[in-house]
Design a protein around this ligand. Structure first.
Ligand SMILES: Nc1ncnc2c1ncn2[C@@H]1O[C@H](COP(=O)(O)OP(=O)(O)OP(=O)(O)O)[C@@H](O)[C@H]1O
Ligand SMILES: [Mg+2]
Length: 554
């Protein structure tokens, strides 16, 4: 009976604090939030892109050009904006580079979608058109991409340098590219099918401040950035048996706090003797395994240090867990937890050498399965940005080595894709055709922004590029240094195809996700910062907060 009564009237299911935005308003809200995010990274795109300085609430500073890092560090407080940040994160995970491109394209897709919505084209048609266009774009990328010889060092160098241009890595990019190509080749193996498999797990990056990037180096093996625990220990060991230990060489503490009340000196002595015996036993267990070197993740008691030194064993305490795990690959050891049951089988084999100047140990395995890229930079900020740049370059080189497909950069691929998508649009019927065309226009954002950031006229550039592509010049791109339209592949501006495919796909998916929403129901104010300082109010207020915050930063 009561049920029937409710059917007639609107049922109120939301609390008073909650908010609801529907239809066109919801779309407007979402699109402008997403576009604001995309706008914020645009100025960093390309070799002439600028950097951003991000200051977090604790006052710590990050200076970067890396799209995903900027978005992650920005204190964004908006659910839609966070969906766009996910695009950057997916791009980072899947491809390593191209995060700015992916986000910028997503923003442009939404901008163009907004125009279509204004023309009364239903979002469903736009979504379908975008999806079709992105599928087609992937096929075209595969068709345009060149298959290359993955041993071609010259080409790998171009790929690495293209990725590093305009970043903190720029000044030393030739040298760093050498190191990166070397590093990747050391962790590449050929599988049964003859395909290259690159395992970046075996590549470790260590950073050092106080020196120039040109002093960066590639080491076969790993490093331990610690001192030996005792002065009388050897500092080097060649052909050594190495124990990696993650339990302490200390007196075992009882679980319950025990109070020892000593009534006469003999008792104290007994107690100390017992401790000494325990430590001696542990050291003997180590000696029994045959270890010459112990890298311990936990502490080593003073007395145990003394015994170890007497045995001529090199020991290090409080080594980083990640370093031990990496070393276990380098020297082929297992990380031992239970010393009592450790045996010679758990040990690894290799050479340990000491770098006195930097106060660290180099550990090289017999057939080193693992390399360390030692990145140097003058200060923390410099070296952090260097590391991000090197990471991107490592990923694109690794992709090129395993995938073998590359493209001309500098906007060449985007303009070619746009032109092919416009041809494709002719075969698409209905309103989806307009969406496919809008998709093509969106891709051309890349050369436009590259030109803009280089202080060139973006419209002139695009006109020249389109003309070149109409003439069949598939690799015509913008050389931002000369301002000329030329064959960028020949000029050494080369990108892996996989990263581009990923950027186009994730941009399209994110745009579609945003477009599909016609109703925003929010429990409380429309911000993702729970308990944040933003007062409630209309969603416009929340968004204004975001725009304002970012406006302050840019
Ligand atoms: N010498 C060059 N001339 C013209 N364009 C270049 C040159 N070197 C690189 N590019 C272009 O710059 C773009 C990449 O810029 P950038 O590295 O700033 O952004 P991203 O790779 O999309 O994002 P991020 O590196 O922040 O993850 C690519 O389109 C690439 O082709
Ligand atoms: Mg890049």
């Amino acid at each position: 009976m009561s049920q029937r009564m409710q059917q007639g009237q609107p049922m109120i299911v939301m609390s008073e604090d909650s908010q609801r935005v529907k239809d066109k308003d919801a779309q407007d809200y979402n699109i402008s939030a997403a576009r604001a995010v995309a706008e914020s990274v645009r100025s960093t795109l390309g070799p002439k892109g600028m950097d951003k300085m991000l200051v977090d609430s604790m006052g710590s500073v990050t200076i970067t050009n890396d799209g995903v890092t900027i978005l992650q560090e920005m204190d964004i407080d908006n659910p839609t904006a966070e969906m766009i940040i996910e695009v950057a994160e997916t791009q980072e995970d899947e491809a390593g580079d191209g995060t700015t491109t992916a986000v910028a394209i997503a923003g442009e897709l939404l901008k163009n979608a907004e125009d279509l919505i204004e023309q009364d084209i239903h979002p469903t048609a736009i979504i379908k058109g975008f999806h079709m266009a992105s599928e087609q774009a992937r096929e075209e990328i595969d068709d345009i991409a060149q298959d290359v010889d993955t041993d071609d060092e010259e080409l790998l160098r171009s790929v690495a340098e293209t990725s590093m241009t305009g970043k903190g890595t720029e000044v030393n990019k030739e040298y760093l590219a050498e190191l990166i190509i070397d590093a990747v080749s050391q962790v590449t193996v050929e599988n049964e099918d003859g395909d290259n498999v690159v395992d970046l797990e075996f590549l470790n990056i260590e950073t050092q401040t106080g020196r120039s990037a040109g002093e960066s180096d590639l080491l076969e093996g790993g490093i331990i950035d610690k001192d030996p625990v005792h002065d009388n220990m050897p500092t080097e060991a060649t052909d050594a048996d190495i124990l990696l230990l993650n339990s302490p060489i200390e007196v075992e503490e009882t679980d319950i706090d025990t109070e020892v009340s000593v009534t006469d000196p003999d008792q104290l002595q007994q107690f100390l003797d017992r401790e000494e015996k325990q430590l001696k036993e542990k050291v003997e267990q180590i000696v029994d395994t045959g270890a010459d070197v112990v890298f311990c993740q936990k502490g080593i008691d003073d007395l145990a240090q003394h015994y170890l030194a007497k045995e001529g064993i090199l020991a290090v305490r409080r080594a980083k867990k990640s370093d031990l795990e990496f070393l276990s690959e380098v020297v082929g050891a297992s990380v031992v937890t239970d010393l009592a049951n450790a045996s010679a089988e758990d040990l690894g084999h290799g050479d340990v050498t000491r770098d006195d100047e930097d106060e660290l140990f180099y550990v090289e395995g017999e057939d080193a399965h693992g390399v360390t890229l030692l990145l140097a930079g003058s200060t923390d900020h410099v070296v952090d940005e260097l590391e991000r740049g090197v990471h991107d370059a490592l990923d694109v080189v690794a992709q090129t080595v395993s995938d073998g497909r590359v493209l001309a950069g500098g906007g060449a691929i985007e303009v070619e894709l746009a032109s092919r998508l416009r041809d494709y649009a002719d075969s698409v019927s209905g309103r989806e055709q307009l969406a496919v065309e809008a998709f093509a226009d969106s891709l051309e954002l890349v050369p436009r922004v590259l030109a803009e950031n280089a202080g060139l006229d973006s419209i002139d550039t695009l006109v020249d590029l389109r003309a070149a592509h109409d003439d069949g010049d598939v690799e015509a791109g913008l050389n931002v240094f000369t301002g000329d339209v030329e064959d960028t592949f020949e000029a050494g501006v080369v990108e892996p195809a996989h990263a581009k495919e990923q950027a186009v796909t994730s941009a399209a998916e994110a745009a579609n996700l945003v477009l599909k929403i016609d109703d925003i129901i929010s429990a409380g104010d429309l911000s993702t910062d729970k308990g944040g300082d933003e007062e409630g109010g209309a969603p416009g207020g929340g968004m204004g907060g975001m725009g304002g915050g970012m406006g302050g930063m840019m």
